[in-house]
Design a binder for this molecule. Structure first.
Ligand SMILES: [Zn+2]
Length: 135
């Protein structure tokens, strides 16, 4: 059997960075809203109101509401987790089904299933019928 682990390291690194940014954004939001929200009668609605009224002055003359940060942070966190899951994908293929392809345009070589026909080259993104250079 031939095992291909897709984009393992870069995938993990990217998902780690995304999760960290996501968590930091959410933490900043909590940190900014906590003092007011925790002392309100209804913490959740106070938190909700703060999200849409409080602003960060990261960029001058641009209204960056806390709610945007929540959306951004959540999106980053979700995509981080998704990328992490995708990076863990192992493909189990019988070795005899794997061949070395070469892109006729940029000469990039990669391994893939021999049944691949019209594919997009992983480097130059051109659609091509790759040449089998080694079995
Ligand atoms: Zn190419």
């Amino acid at each position: 059997m031939f095992r291909i682990l897709r984009r393992q390291k870069s995938g993990y690194a990217l998902s780690l960075v995304l999760c960290l940014i996501g968590l930091t954004s959410l933490f900043v939001v909590l940190w900014k809203t906590w003092p007011e929200a925790s002392s309100a009668n209804n913490p959740f609605s106070a938190f909700w109101t703060l999200l849409w009224t409080e602003q960060l002055d990261l960029i001058p003359s641009f209204e960056f509401k806390l709610a945007y940060l929540v959306i951004l942070g959540t999106a980053m966190l979700v995509s981080g987790v998704l990328i992490w899951v995708l990076s863990r994908q192992w493909f189990h293929l019988p070795a005899e089904e794997i061949v070395l392809f070469q892109c006729p345009f940029c000469k990039k070589q990669w391994r893939g299933h021999r049944n691949q026909e019209l594919v997009n080259c992983p480097r130059c993104r051109k659609q091509t019928y790759p040449k089998i250079v080694e079995k």
